[in-house]
Design a protein around this ligand. Structure first.
Ligand code: AMP
Length: 545
């Protein structure tokens, strides 16, 4: 017998319908590429998204299933494009502007993008590659006529003119909830990037799950600032979960430096925000340089994408009275997989005990099945010590990549091998030890490069640290710690090693410390171990000579 409930397809435009109807006057505040701050409401956004959809259907000739690329910062125009294009049954492929030209050309062509919507900032980027994009019909520059630049882009349209031709009461066509609506390529440390394709259903389910009380705990009274870019990992679902909750939204646009982020946190009274550690490093440094500044409105900050160092969590919690939620996820997981909120039943943990758990990458929310296995696929115990391959399964997790690439990451039972190595403890909290490619293999045992980095970042004067395995005749690999000093700080190798003593196992102690001006990062802000290993390919550890 089937249930007798209504068939209400989970389409992402229903989120904006709800926000517009029941939170219609809540604001979306955006820093624009024009340099000013723009204000509008969910009702305005809904009207403009519908106008865009109708004009895009008419003038751009978009049809169900067409792919539209965006290269844009976080702002209301990017939100309108997401909702408008997805509402038509088309697919928004978010392009990361930090990709190298070759990768950019690859992902646009592989994803079969028909139009590219871009911010003013990125006109030169697309001018440079447009001749290599045979399937792209034209470009929409997300700006008004007054600011429209002279450009060699072919078949170019001005965004505000396009919207001006549309119908603000356009009716969404409706289609199956499993229809594709978003596409995002993973940065992939080896080989070509791989395309993850979200559906309307997976995005709506993920927004519901991630806004929940034990996840991001969202409410309409909140003011959320998604600093994590909409071009990175589905913007951690925030472009869906925030409107779904009816919270006010603050969008930082092109400026993510400490001063600009602080200004918005302060003037817009932001209560919650989310980004990768590098962004928070910049904010904390700015606050350190301006000791009178505080964060009186900010209640919580979600940190993920890379491991949150203890020093960062401490600074937010102790100095600024802001709660940190450490989260882990992947583009393939829509992307949130686990969050470090405190579970009921853990009240007995002392502050110190809870602190240790809180530093981990969190526990899975409903809809994420999670396990660790050995290389043969045998389940490993949840004792917080044994580490193995982290595997996940669920309705907002990829079941394959675009065009069948990377099929070996998915097994017959539907488990996706994340490529991360992790422990799971008795309370269900997961801790990432490493990317499987980055663990340092010393004498048959594994050293966690993440643990070394986190411990090193706590050393006074250290701004950023990266640990990599270097060849060693006896141990196979031994750790080299690469460090960037804070501006004007004096740090020595001995000081760093002394700082690590007692914080890590003795045999994990790096064999050497190298100081550099800059550590290379990937397009999504993670330390690029691949590039770093390349930079140090001729280096020989003193213990290996
Ligand atoms: P992306 O798909 O670009 O978001 O990258 C996903 C990868 O980032 C994961 O597989 C992890 O290796 C890493 N990652 C994400 N969040 C964390 C975290 N909180 N701690 C450590 N690594 C993380």
């Amino acid at each position: 017998m089937l249930g007798l409930m209504q068939d209400w397809p989970l389409l992402v435009h229903t989120i904006l319908d709800h926000a517009s109807q029941w939170h219609g006057t809540r604001e979306i505040v955006s820093r624009r590429v024009e340099g000013d701050i723009a204000r509008m409401t969910y009702r305005d956004l809904d009207h403009r998204a519908r106008a865009l959809a109708s004009a895009a259907q008419g003038r751009l000739g978009l049809k169900l299933g067409d792919v539209v690329c965006t290269m844009s910062w976080n702002g209301y125009r990017h939100m309108e494009t997401w909702y408008g294009i997805m509402g038509l049954g088309c697919i928004v492929h978010t392009l990361n502007p930090r990709l190298f030209a070759d990768q950019l050309v690859y992902v646009i062509n592989h994803g079969e993008g028909k139009w590219v919507f871009l911010d003013l900032t990125f006109v030169p980027v697309l001018e440079a590659v447009q001749d290599k994009l045979p399937k792209v019909k034209g470009f929409v520059v997300m700006i008004d006529g007054e600011h429209m630049p002279q450009t060699s882009l072919k078949n170019v349209v001005t965004y505000e003119e396009l919207i001006g031709q549309g119908d603000t009461a356009f009716a969404w066509p409706g289609f199956d909830e499993n229809t594709a609506c978003g596409m995002c390529y993973t940065s992939g440390t080896t080989g070509n990037p791989k395309g993850v394709v979200y559906s309307h259903r997976s995005n709506v389910l993920h927004a519901l799950v991630s806004s929940g009380g034990d996840a991001l705990c969202m409410a309409s009274k909140d003011v959320w600032m998604p600093v994590v870019p909409m071009f990175h990992a589905n913007a951690w679902s925030l472009a869906f979960s925030v409107p779904l909750s009816g919270a006010k939204m603050v969008m930082p646009g092109p400026r993510m430096d400490g001063e600009a982020i602080y200004e918005l946190l302060d003037t817009e009274k932001v209560t919650a925000t989310a980004a990768v550690p590098t962004v928070w490093l910049m904010l904390l440094q700015y606050l350190e340089q301006n000791p009178d500044l505080k964060l009186p409105h900010l209640e919580k900050v979600v940190i993920g994408g890379s491991a949150c160092p203890e020093a960062m969590m401490k600074a937010f919690e102790d100095k600024y009275d802001t709660r940190v939620i450490h989260a882990w996820g992947m583009t393939e997981m829509s992307p949130l997989g686990s969050l470090g909120t405190r579970k009921g039943g853990l009240e007995h943990l002392s502050d110190d005990e809870w602190w240790k758990v809180k530093l981990k990458q969190g526990r899975p929310a409903y809809s994420v099945e999670m396990k660790i296995t050995d290389d043969e696929g045998k389940d490993l115990p949840h004792d917080g010590k044994v580490f193995g391959r982290l595997k996940v399964r669920g309705p907002a997790i990829a079941k394959s990549y675009a065009k069948g690439d990377g099929a070996d990451a998915f097994d017959a039972e539907g488990w996706f091998d994340t490529g991360d190595v992790a422990t799971l403890d008795e309370y269900g909290y997961m801790q990432i030890t490493d990317r499987s490619k980055d663990v340092i293999k010393s004498g048959g045992e594994w050293i966690s490069s993440i643990d070394l980095e986190n411990a090193a970042v706590g050393c006074p004067g250290v701004a950023e640290a990266a640990a990599i395995g270097m060849p060693h005749p006896k141990w196979d690999e031994r750790p080299l710690l690469v460090i960037v000093k804070k501006k004007g700080a004096e740090v020595t190798k001995d000081a760093v090693l002394q700082h690590l003593e007692g914080k890590i196992a003795k045999w994990w102690m790096p064999d050497d410390v190298a100081f550099v001006d800059e550590i290379p990062h990937t397009a999504t802000g993670k330390i690029s171990k691949l590039t770093l290993r390349e930079q140090f390919k001729d280096y020989v550890l003193p213990t290996a000579q």
